[in-house]
Every structure is written in structure tokens, then in C-alpha cells.
Write a protein that binds this ligand. Sequence first.
Ligand code: B4P
Length: 190
Amino acid sequence: MLNIIIFGPPGAGKGTQSERIIERYRLTHLSTGDILRNEIKNETKLGILAKSYMDKGALVPDAVVIDMLKNKIEENRFSKGFVFDGFPRTLAQAKSLDEMLNKAEIPISIVVSLDVKDDELINRLVKRGAESGRSDDNEEVIVQRLNVYKQQTMPLIDYYKNQGKLGSVHGVGSIDEIFKKICNVIDKDF
Ligand code: B4P
């Protein structure tokens, strides 16, 4: 089983590259951002709660997201493997994921970290906001999301480095070039 975490700040290209990874390696895409946006669209209780955090650039509480992800893993238990996109985002989420997967004897294989500087991230997300109207893609909220990333998510780099699972990829350039580099990192180990 191949379980990949695609890791990086908001706008690094996680969602974009995940689409290609799942196609090439025949994996199941679990994007917590997409799942939450779907809940918002369907105006569920979870969606209404999530929106109140996402619109401020804050993370949705760990307990909610962890529970949601556990259900999705269970629903897709016959999959060949997963691409975790946007999860984990906190140490508590990372530890829960390890616990869940280790218990099922399907641990994380590799963490691909996309490195992109802040000014490029802001440009990309402002552009996406203008095109898609996504409510958290405006400059004020983007700056807040980047702060949250640095405080709560970046510590996971050391967490996975210490497990010997981190592979870094420079995330600027064409989408094809970056995808090639990601495949090299995955294929080197598996
Ligand atoms: P996400 O949906 O994960 O959104 P994101 O960080 O903005 O990344 P995304 O995958 O969408 O964008 P990508 O980098 O591909 O999270 C949104 C919110 O949901 C969070 O702020 C949080 O509130 C909540 N949430 C989600 N998961 C959570 C969790 N685990 N715990 C708690 N809360 C959670 O792409 C960005 C743009 O760049 C696109 O327009 C793309 O076209 C462009 N792009 C991609 N690659 C490019 C390249 N090489 N060159 C130029 N542009 C590129």
C-alpha cells in the first residue's frame, strides 16, 4: 500500500499535484479542504461550523477533522493507498493519523513537501480568489492562513524528518516539471 502525504503551505500546489499523483499511482485522494467545502456547499451542520473557521483563515478544530478523515479512510478501506492533501495540519492530527494507519498496518510511506516562498503563494491565491470567488482567497485571510501554517503546521516538517519520511520538492515552475520531481521522490523509495 502506498500512502503519500502532500505537504506545504496554502497555495503550494497540493491540490493541483494530488490530482496527478492519484491518476499515476491509482490512489484515493483525501483532501480535507475539498471535503469541508463540500459540507459547506450542502449546508450541513459540519459545513456551517467549518465555514466559521475557514472564512477567518483559522483551522477547523482537530477533533472534527480527525473524525471526518477516519470515516473517509474507513469508507475507502479497499483502496490501493491514499494521497492525504491538506491533512495533517497540526501535531495532534499527525499523531492521530500515525496511530490510525499503524494500527491497520498501512503506515505513511512518504511525505512530499512542496517549498514555495510567501510572495508567490500570495500571488497564486489572490489570482485564484479573483477567478473562483473562493471566500478564503482574499489577501487579508491569505496572510492569516500563512501565519497559521507557520505556527501550527510547519513543526510537522521535523516530525516527519525524524521519521526519515520527508522528501522536499521546489514547488515553483511548470506544473509538469514539479510533477516530474515529485514522481522522482516517490519512485526513489518505492
Ligand atoms: P485547503 O483546501 O487545503 O487549501 P490550500 O491550503 O489553499 O491549498 P490548495 O490545495 O487548495 O491549493 P493549491 O496549493 O493546489 O484548505 C482550505 C482551508 O480548509 C484551510 O485554511 C482550513 O481552514 C481548512 N482545513 C483544511 N484542511 C484542514 C485540516 N486538516 N485541519 C484543519 N482545517 C483544515 O493551489 C493554489 C493555487 O495555485 C491554484 O490556483 C493553482 O492553480 C495554483 N498553482 C498550483 N501549482 C502552480 C504552479 N506550479 N505555478 C503557478 N500556480 C500554481
